[in-house]
Each structure stands twice: as C-alpha cells, then as structure tokens.
Design a protein around this ligand. Structure first.
Ligand code: NAP
Ligand code: GLV
Length: 326
C-alpha cells in the first residue's frame, strides 16, 4: 500500500477514497506549504499530490527516494522539474480538460472587465458615489462584441475562449505551434503569425503553457506591435509576459489595458500594476469554482489510484516514466 503526501488542503471525501483502498495519507493543512514541511512530507512518500504553488525541483526530488507518482492539481506542470522526474522514473499526472470551460469563462470575464472598466468603476462608485447617468465620458469603455480577438495557443482553453467569442460576433485570429484546420472550420478562426496577431487584435488572450519557448513570449518588442487601443489578457502563466515591459507599455499608454490572472513572480504582484486603473488583477483563479476544483481533485485521485493499482493513468504527462507495472 502507498504512502501519500498531499501538500495542500483538498476535499475530505477524496482523502477518504485513497484511504478506503488502504493507502496511508498525510495532508498539509494549509494552502502554501513551507519548503521544510514539503521536504519532510515527501521524504518517505510514494505519492505526492500537490497544487501548482508547490515547486517540485531537483532538490525535492532528490530528497524523495521512494517517490513514484506526482499528481499536480492543475493542467500546467511548470512547477515540476519534468526532466528530472522522468530521469528518476517518477510519473507526473495533471488535470487537463475538467477545468477548460471554467478558465475560458474567466478569460471572457477579464476581457469584459477591462474593456468596460468594471473593476475600476466599481471602486470609483464605492469611493465617490454615483453622481448620475452621463452620456459622455468619464465612464466610456470599448466594445468587446464585434472586435478582433487574437488567441495565442489554440489548445483546449484557447478553443473554449474562441467558442465563447463567436457569441460576441468577434473576428478570431490565432497563433499556435501547429495549424488547426478542424478548429478553423468549426470556429471560423484564422491562423496568423504572432506578429500579425499582435498588430491586428483588439484583445490578445494568452493560452499557452509555460515552457522555455514561451517564457517572455510577450516582451517589449511584442507589446510595441499591439494597437494603442488593444488589451492584453493573460490566463496562461505570468512568465509568458515580461511584466516590467508590460508596466512600461501601460504607463506610456502604448496599449489600452491589461487583465491578468497570473503573475511573473507569484504570489508577488509587480507594484507598477497595482497603481494602474486600466489593469484588472485576479489572484490566479482561472479554475477556482467549487465544481471544477472538485473535478480536479477527483481526477487527480483517480489517476493516483489507477497508478497505484498498476494501471496506466490517463492523465500521464511523461509517458516515458510509465514502468508498465509499479
Ligand atoms: P493545451 O490544450 O495543451 O493548449 C496549449 C496550447 O498552447 C496548444 O495549442 C499549443 O499548441 C500551444 N503552444 C504550446 N507551446 C507553444 C509555443 N511555444 N508557441 C505557441 N503555442 C504553443 O493546454 P490547456 O489545457 O489549454 O492549458 C493551457 C495553459 O493554460 C496551461 O498550460 C496553464 O499554464 C494555463 N492555465 C491557467 C489557468 C489559470 O488558473 N489561470 C488554469 C488552467 C490552465 P499546439 O496545439 O500547436 O501544440
Ligand atoms: C492552473 O493554473 C492550471 O494550470 O491548472
């Protein structure tokens, strides 16, 4: 039977499922585990179930000689040293699919919030009251409907954003590693090189994973290609954007605004972003609904139970680590 360490709070019924199959479970009772606690927890564990705020680097892996499975409570696995895990024969599992629609909902909410100035005007109304309906500025924003959306990374979440954009009569451009003829036919979207997408879009939504090729994919040069009236929305990972360059572009009015769910140095937020009214900030809540978090926990536990039974888990990120049988 396995020893399972969980490095954040999860639903008790999922822990009960693990225990019912005879596994010994220890859960860290907070949300962000200190490194010493993590080192202690993984030292004798066969399985680590962790959120994306748990950084599983070489040192952690070296301190976990029994570890066979890491189940990440999220689809992005940039918090885990995948090469090292694979070299050690450790299977890495994630939670794709079950969070797609929820994250796409947030992307649309962020586009609407920044273009219609919802967060800014809510704050202003509470501080200054509502002086009366006004036809002319200061409350005017920009239309989302009928505008051009540029999706960077037309994967599961990117496509779900595009499906929603059709209901807003948006023209849809996309950039990905590979062209997607089926999605082009289904969604009426058009593939363009990244520079063209940046130059033509009114909203640029980032939906790529964080990998070496996407780190600072959006920097000074890319921001300078965007329209002065355009907005950047990042629901992917913070380091996909050079945050310093973004703050400069926003301060100088070179783009109209930004809506960010993720940050370059989480949980730190660039102080320059906090000062700007044309920025909407959310604390990495893309998948944060009760239903989706339940589905994510359940999928992670399904994968762990399957792997511990010697079955190949469906959501295996590094198939080269599959031993055939544990
Ligand atoms: P996915 O289905 O794998 O889609 C990722 C897309 O990015 C794919 O279309 C892929 O292109 C593209 N891509 C990968 N590397 C690229 C590169 N170097 N240049 C251009 N495009 C590239 O993943 P997903 O489920 O949609 O999730 C995407 C990411 O969203 C996750 O990795 C995670 O970081 C982030 N996320 C954030 C939240 C949140 O709470 N804010 C929640 C969930 C996920 P190809 O199809 O051509 O390979
Ligand atoms: C959340 O950010 C995820 O990758 O699932």
């Amino acid at each position: 039977m396995g020893r399972i360490f969980i490095s954040c709070r999860i639903f008790p019924d999922e822990i009960a499922r693990l225990e019912r199959e005879g596994h010994e479970v220890e859960m860290y009772p907070g949300d962000v585990i200190p490194r010493e606690e993590l080192l202690r927890g993984v030292a004798g564990a066969d399985v680590l179930i962790c959120p994306l705020s748990t950084r599983v680097d070489r040192d952690i892996l070296a301190a976990s000689p029994r570890l066979k499975i890491i189940a990440n409570l999220g689809v992005g696995v940039d918090n885990i040293d995948l090469d090292e895990a694979s070299a050690r024969g450790i299977m890495v599992l994630n939670t794709p699919g079950v969070l797609t629609e929820t994250v796409a909902d947030l992307a649309v909410a962020l586009m609407l919030a920044v273009a219609r100035r919802i967060a800014e005007l809510d704050k202003r109304l509470r501080a200054e009251g509502f002086p009366g309906w006004s036809f002319m500025p200061p409350y005017l924003g920009r239309d989302v409907w009928g505008s051009t959306l540029g999706i960077v990374g037309l994967g599961r979440i990117g496509a779900a954003v595009a499906r929603r954009a059709r209901c807003f009569s948006m023209a849809i451009l996309y950039y990905s590693r590979a062209r997607k003829p089926d999605l082009e036919a289904e969604l009426g979207c058009r593939y363009v090189p990244l520079d063209e997408l940046l130059a033509e879009s009114d909203f640029v939504v980032l939906c790529v994973p964080l990998v070496p090729e996407t780190r600072h994919l959006i920097g000074e040069r890319e921001l300078s290609l965007m329209k002065e009236t355009a907005y950047l929305v990042n629901i992917a990972r913070g380091p996909v954007v050079d945050e310093g360059a973004l703050v400069r572009a926003l301060r100088e009015g070179r783009i109209a605004g930004a809506a960010l769910d993720v940050f370059e140095r989480e949980p730190e937020v660039h102080p320059g972003l906090l000062e700007l009214d044309n920025v909407v900030l959310t604390p990495h809540i893309g998948s944060a609904t009760l239903g989706t978090r339940r589905r994510m926990a359940s999928l992670a536990v399904d994968g762990v139970l399957a792997a511990l039974r010697g079955e190949r888990p469906g959501n295996l990120v590094n198939p080269n680590a599959w031993p055939g049988k544990l």
